[in-house]
Design a protein around this ligand. Structure first.
Ligand code: SF4
Ligand code: SF4
Length: 385
């Protein structure tokens, strides 16, 4: 049986956050149960894109700060590493995310090194039997004594939920993330890749920022911030995610990649086999919007494999909101976003024949200009039910 600690935390106030993080970690036996003096501890927050903390897209800097301080109190050496989503040819989105999310301020204040995984050496790691024949992982990930996944509680258009496990996809350097989307366009295959990474990276602990999460069509600007009010912790990342997903209204069978991880004995994905500890309990009245693709979770795997591209919501560019910043152009693994030039009317469009509905463009768009057009059948079923 796995243990997930979950404690109430209703606001981003330094002392309140610190206390909730400490309580959740103590309920697992304390950080010193896992980490020793002089250990190199890699902390992996979720810095999906360069967004301010109030947008609830990235791990809040106060949660990061509380965790760094716990590590430093033990005499261990924390480092913070990330490769943000999307890719720009001329700029580093990860460096921008360090700035905009408040991560750089916290790291400078506490004298902690930040590692941009897009800019460090990697080593090839072969995992026989995995979907990707070999992964190139950043050396700081491979060399860390201990890894803490520090996710934000969010919905996700493609995988429906993102938390401690999916956060590890951000150890894959920039362009490679796009390559995996291109090579594994089917959601089933892509979920296998996520589980492969969990198996290889094997984070030792997760502490989740579930104070204000993201509902609706997360994990980017199209999501809706939602007050959940919890800090969760567990050394079973799968179990932690299952508990956090249940706060958003998911049943434990709906998040397929977590079930896949459980089948591969990487964690527990059944709520009745997970013990929760802590003072958090969700009020009955709290209900959140789930992503427009949520009905995919009811499809058996063989149908998901066959029909996902037909049934999934398709991205469309809202021309009124689009500023033509072109961030999505560089970040599309299929080069499906094209510039249309017609006299004075210059705009961007998505070429449906190339689009694999990976939703990278929606994740990265800074202006919430990529909307999801729901499949009519799913829309009707959602209306009925
Ligand atoms: S859709 Fe978004 S990311 Fe793409 S050009 Fe328009 S504003 Fe920029
Ligand atoms: S246009 Fe399609 S393929 Fe390109 S990033 Fe968006 S969803 Fe993915």
């Amino acid at each position: 049986m796995s243990l997930v600690a979950s404690n109430s935390c209703d606001r981003y106030e330094e002392d309140v956050v610190k206390e909730a993080v400490r309580k959740s970690v103590d309920e697992l036996g304390g950080l010193d149960k896992f980490v020793s003096k002089d250990d190199q501890v890699l902390i992996k927050p979720n810095l999906l894109s360069p967004k301010a903390p109030k947008e609830a897209i990235t791990t809040h800097p106060l949660v990061l700060k509380a965790v760094i301080e716990l590590v430093q109190q033990l005499g261990a050496i924390p480092v913070v590493g990330e490769s943000s989503g999307g890719f720009l040819v001329e700029e580093s989105l990860t460096a921008q995310a360090f700035d905009k999310t408040g991560t750089r301020d916290v790291c400078q204040q506490l004298d902690v090194e930040m590692i941009n995984f897009d800019r460090v050496a990697t080593r090839k790691v072969v995992n026989p039997g995995s979907t990707v024949e070999n992964f190139k992982l950043p050396l700081p990930v491979l060399e860390a004594d201990f890894i803490i996944s520090l996710p934000k509680l969010k919905t996700h258009g493609l995988t429906l939920f993102t938390g401690a496990v999916k956060n590890l996809y951000g150890v894959i350097p920039g362009m490679k993330k796009m390559e995996y989307h291109r090579r594994f366009p089917n959601p089933n295959q892509f979920m296998e890749v996520i589980v492969d990474i969990l198996e290889l990276v094997g984070a030792d602990l997760a502490i989740m920022d579930g104070i204000i999460g993201l509902a609706g069509d997360g994990p980017g600007s199209s999501g809706i911030p939602c007050e959940v009010g919890s800090i969760l912790a567990s050394n079973d990342l799968v179990a932690l995610d299952i508990v956090a997903a249940s706060y958003l209204g998911y049943s434990d069978s709906q998040i397929k990649y977590l079930n896949l991880a459980a089948q591969r004995e990487l964690g527990i994905a059944e709520l009745n086999k997970i013990r929760t500890k802590g003072d958090f309990s969700q009020p009955e009245y709290k209900k959140y919007d789930l992503p427009s693709n949520v009905l995919l979770s009811y499809l058996p795997n063989f149908l998901l494999r066959l029909l996902s591209q037909v049934l999934m919501s398709k991205p469309v560019i809202d021309q009124q909101s689009c500023t033509q910043c072109k961030s999505c152009l560089d970040s599309c693994p299929q080069q499906a976003i094209v510039e249309q030039k017609n006299g004075e009317d210059n705009h961007l469009e998505i070429d449906e024949s190339k689009c694999i509905k990976c939703l990278c463009c929606q994740e990265i768009c800074p202006f919430d200009a990529i909307r999801l057009k729901e499949n009519l059948l799913f829309k009707f079923l959602r209306y009925l039910g």
